[in-house]
Ligand binder design. Structure first.
Ligand SMILES: NC(=O)c1ccc[n+]([C@@H]2O[C@H](COP(=O)([O-])OP(=O)(O)OC[C@H]3O[C@@H](n4cnc5c(N)ncnc54)[C@H](O)[C@@H]3O)[C@@H](O)[C@H]2O)c1
Length: 448
């Protein structure tokens, strides 16, 4: 019964979207992990003077990355790939205007990135394509001897998470998930406060992506061309990493602790249906059927027994929030609005504005004028993530986020979907490091 309903939904979705991609409903994982490599240290590649980059997918977010990369020392943007030739040409114009040679363009359809990976002499392939293309681009890049970086989430299934891990290990390449929210000012202050012990022992975190995207999902360009389709086949947390990344870093996930168990439930699915009902009667999108619960909630437990509340809602009217909360034995920091309460410092049972604490606990990456005045890329955090990626590659250091982080954070997509489907049943989180999480060193505190 469940299967035939899914088939029906998929058929309906395909019909409604014409030739557009409809993501398949997730199947059970059949992959069994390979033994871990013996090296207890995180992967590092030889340093490089300049980083030659091929960029795949230059829509909204890809263009921000291209602009950031053009403003950094030691970057050559050699090739651009996009299925929309006008997007590729617009990126090429920016590259030429920045004084670099015109890049080679790859615009011959949805698999032309394979030609880019095979033919171009590059150090890094970076993708900001729709979700369904992240893994194919990353795998093609690594198999052709390039480091790989992707927008979030890196992967939408557990099998794909394992495939990224195994390919990065086999090919000895970086596979980086570019989680910009790890670099926002408040989240980096949370990390500094944790490391300095002012929160005491961390017990609990709260993380979310709560962003009313109804108009974006129904737009006739950009994410409207692909994001809504996922709501027709998947019911869980489709976008877990923005909230979870910074909480995971503060809790040393994959570096002393790890996610072990997840339970998840979804609310009814209403927001897209109500929006759809306002479309003209002959709009083909009125035939679409959505299954994504508007609110998805999950509880994650770690090996050290910590708890994390993880939520997703992109279908309801509400102000933006990532929650960004850490509760320790000596205090709490909490986002939207950004607040702090420290025992012995804050007024009894009262919040203080986070601004009061930046003078003392601002992360070194946020102390430069250049970053504080950055006006593109979500207020500077996108610049910082690109800056750090290039710096790590040029210096031959481990990247801030590695393939195990990409897998552990992205795994929440399928794990929440499975738990929802099984009535909230606990799901075991795979240990993508295969034991090395206990030995890997902490995320470094670095300066710009
Ligand atoms: N980190 C953030 O804050 C943030 C913000 C927005 C989007 N994103 C992520 O960035 C990615 C892209 O989102 P967006 O908003 O830029 O979407 P978008 O639709 O604006 O851009 C996607 C681009 O990829 C191109 N494309 C599609 N399929 C392709 C293929 N097979 N080969 C080459 N190009 C292809 C499209 O033509 C388009 O130019 C998504 O993974 C999204 O989750 C992240």
């Amino acid at each position: 019964m469940a299967t035939s309903r899914r088939d029906f939904i998929q058929a309906g979705a395909t019909l409604a979207l014409g030739a557009a991609f409809v993501p398949p409903a997730p199947a059970p994982s059949r992959r069994s992990p390979q033994p871990a490599p013996g090296d207890p240290l995180p992967f590092r590649a030889p340093p490089m003077e300049r980083v030659r980059i091929g960029f795949v997918g230059v829509g909204g977010q890809g263009t921000t990355h291209v602009e950031n990369l053009l403003s950094l020392e030691g970057v050559d943007l050699k090739a651009i790939c996009d299925i929309d030739e006008s997007h590729a040409r617009a990126a090429a114009e920016k590259i030429v205007a920045a004084g670099q040679p015109a890049p080679t363009l790859y615009t011959r359809g949805p698999r032309d990135f394979e030609r880019l990976c095979a033919e171009e002499d590059l150090d890094l392939v970076f993708t900001a394509t729709p979700w369904e293309w992240h893994v194919p681009v990353l795998l093609s890049a690594m198999r052709h001897g390039k480091h790989a970086a992707t927008e979030v989430p890196a992967a939408m299934t557990l099998d794909h998470c394992w495939e990224l891990v195994e390919t990065a290990e086999r090919e000895q390449k970086h596979c980086v998930m570019m989680e910009n929210c790890n670099y926002d000012r408040f989240e980096l202050m949370m990390l500094v406060m944790t490391r300095q012990g002012v929160l005491g022992e961390l017990l609990h975190g709260e993380a979310a992506y709560l962003h009313d995207l109804r108009s974006v999902k129904f737009a006739k360009d950009g994410e409207g061309l692909w994001r809504r389709a996922w709501s027709m086949t998947h019911n869980g947390n489709l976008y877990p990493t923005h909230g979870l990344g910074p909480v995971a870093n503060a809790m040393d996930i994959n570096r002393g602790d790890r996610f072990t168990t997840v339970v998840s439930m979804s609310s009814p699915s209403r927001g897209l249906q109500e929006w759809q009902a306002t479309l003209p009667a002959d709009d083909p999108r009125r035939a679409e059927r959505y299954v994504l619960g508007d609110q998805n909630v999950a509880l994650v437990q770690t090996a050290k027994g910590r708890t994390i509340y993880l939520a997703h809602n992109t279908n309801s009217p509400r102000p933006y929030s990532r929650l960004a909360t850490l509760q320790g034995t000596k205090g709490i920091v909490s986002g939207w609005p950004h607040r702090v309460h420290l025992e012995g410092r804050s007024p009894g049972h009262g919040w203080e504005p986070a601004e009061k604490y930046y003078a003392e606990f601002d992360h070194p990456l946020w102390r430069s004028e250049r970053i504080q005045q950055m006006d593109r890329g979500h207020g500077g955090m996108d610049f910082l993530e690109d800056y750090r990626l290039i710096e790590c590659l040029r210096k031959g250091e481990p990247t801030d986020m590695n393939v195990y982080d990409a897998a552990a954070l992205s795994a929440m997509v399928e794990l929440t979907i499975r738990s929802v489907r099984q009535g909230g049943k606990p799901q075991q989180v795979p240990d993508f490091t295969r034991g090395r999480w206990a030995k890997f060193p902490q995320w470094p505190i670095v300066s710009a």
